[in-house]
Design a protein around this ligand. Structure first.
Ligand SMILES: [Zn+2]
Length: 232
């Protein structure tokens, strides 16, 4: 039997070419958002690699942080940078949700999903969220939640200060810049719970560190997960 829907999709692709958000080549057939080749070859962060160890070391001073994981390695001008750019600046929330889904599925396949009660995302300042129209970390949280079955919330933490870009700042300046930026909106939602705290990209760790600081005293167990980690 002829698969008409397949032909129909090919026809639509001819009229309205869709491109892979990572390599910008045309998507074909049932491919969506990221092409099959990129999905397979995106640079996963290998456990116990130099970058992975530096991700884990960043949070060692916090006894409540039981683990820190990043899905991909961020390199300048690489595919992961393209994806994060699409997610943050081109309105492609779908990229975040898809990567959350892929990561959650891969963790599940390897039996590596931490036992947790709630996934929470690092919030944007309301002004930034209004400018962008969404929070990119919410998209990742939603995808992770879908794949793992762990509930998520984007409203547990609140960002109290509008901070300018961290780019070009030294490590200590970034920590100073982020100190006291976050407050807890819903203490009862996380007190005594096992929490997965998610963000888009991990560089120095200053943003996530400030979130962990805000959660002190609530007897939480925290796991950190980001879409990507940059070598710093
Ligand atoms: Zn591609």
């Amino acid at each position: 039997m002829i698969n008409l829907s397949r032909y129909w999709l090919d026809f639509v692709d001819l009229l309205f070419p869709r491109c892979c958000e990572a390599c910008h080549k045309a998507l074909v057939g049932t491919e969506e958002i990221i092409c099959t080749s990129c999905r397979i070859t995106l640079p996963r962060l290998a456990s116990d690699s130099v970058v992975d160890l530096s991700v884990k070391n960043k949070f060692m001073i916090h006894p409540e942080v039981q683990g820190a994981f990043s899905y991909l390695i961020f390199t300048k001008k690489g595919k992961v940078q393209e994806l994060l750019y699409a997610l943050k600046y081109k309105g492609s929330q779908d990229v975040g949700k898809l990567l959350g889904n892929m990561y959650g599925q891969e963790l599940k396949d390897q039996n590596l999903v931490p036992t947790a009660d709630l996934i929470i995302s690092v919030p944007l300042h309301p002004r930034r969220q209004k400018e962008r129209g969404y929070n990119q970390s919410d998209a990742f949280a939603e995808g992770l939640s879908e794949a793992t079955g762990i509930l998520w919330s984007g409203t547990v933490l609140a960002r109290m200060r509008y901070t300018k870009t961290q780019t070009g700042k030294s490590r200590s300046e970034r920590y100073e810049n982020m100190s006291g930026v976050f407050r807890i909106n819903k203490r009862e939602a996380i007190a005594g719970k096992r929490i997965i705290l998610v963000d888009d990209v991990l560089t120095t760790g200053a943003t996530l560190d400030a979130c962990v600081e805000a959660m002190k005293g609530l007897d939480c167990t925290i796991y950190i997960m980001t879409i990507a980690a940059a070598q710093t």
